[in-house]
Design a protein around this ligand. Structure first.
Ligand code: NAD
Length: 248
């Protein structure tokens, strides 16, 4: 049996699926036969994704930190597909440069809300829409920043990713044995979020040099890890975080 045949006719909820890692996971799950519910703030990119298979993809322009918007979109998706089997809590931002001695309170609130509060809100929506099938699973996007502290200026981001790590451990206990909950901690992955951090090629080359595998990762490589964690091949794995970081 193919490892990913378990995804056929299942429904996956993916946040931040319009680009980068979320889009890569969406495309792979679609190819494996899943239905998709994808929420993002980027409407144009969502429309491009939906065009791949309108009969199997439900998209909505949703700010995942907005609980009323999440509840409304979850209701629409549940009416269409009956519930959710998988959840990728993936939407995230780095936010503007800040330090503890100098930060904009509104920006701090925004990073905490998008990267952390949303994970509570969306997980609640997922749990409240069961499908009645076994094998439900959640994968949360943490980051190696949860242990390295991240780049200078991204202290709020690193803090939220540490909290996502703890959230994963705690929720895995809360939802066992019915739902498995794991996290992925990517290193430096070549997606648009990095454009907020690296402005030129020399910075990227310097970064690649400190990674044991000597290159940035790709969104597809992180997506492969997500599919494995969702799949029945990982049926005895819950409450862990997998580094996808080239050894960093
Ligand atoms: P990305 O910028 O390509 O994708 C993030 C997506 O989230 C975008 O489509 C964006 O529109 C969406 N989004 C942002 N705010 C949102 C909101 N309020 N509501 C709904 N959608 C929202 O970046 P990516 O690299 O694919 O990042 C995905 C996740 O992986 C993030 O949580 C990020 O922190 C994490 N991560 C990325 C890296 C990396 O190096 N790329 C490393 C570690 C962790």
């Amino acid at each position: 049996m193919n490892t990913y045949s378990c995804f056929k006719d299942r429904t996956a909820l993916i946040t931040g699926g319009a680009s980068g890692i979320g889009r890569a996971v969406s495309v792979k799950l679609l190819a494996a036969g899943a239905n998709l519910v994808v929420w993002d703030v980027n409407s144009a990119r969502l429309a491009e994704l939906r065009a791949l298979a309108p009969d199997r993809i439900e998209t909505a322009t949703v700010d995942v930190a907005d609980s009323a918007a999440v509840r409304a979109a979850a209701g629409v998706a549940k009416a269409r597909f009956g519930g959710f089997d998988y959840l990728l809590n993936n939407a995230g931002i780095i936010g503007r440069h800040m330090s503890v001695t100098r930060f904009d309170e509104a920006e701090l609130d925004r990073v905490l809300a998008v990267n952390l509060k949303s994970v509570f809100i969306v997980s609640n929506a997922f749990i409240g829409a069961p499908t009645g099938r076994a094998g439900r699973a959640i994968v949360n996007l943490s980051s190696i920043a949860q242990r390295t502290g991240g780049m200078i200026g991204s202290i709020a981001y690193a803090t939220t990713k540490g909290a996502v790590h703890s959230f994963t451990t705690a929720l895995a206990k809360e939802l066992a044995p019915h739902v498995r909950v794991n996290a992925m901690a990517p290193g430096i992955i070549d997606t648009e979020i990095q454009k907020d951090v690296f402005t030129d090629a020399s910075q990227i080359a310097a970064m690649a040099d400190v990674i044991p595998l000597k290159r940035l990762g790709t969104a597809d490589e992180v997506a492969d890890c997500a599919l494995w964690l969702f799949s029945d091949a990982a049926a005895y794995i819950t409450g862990i975080s997998v580094d996808v970081s080239g050894g960093r």
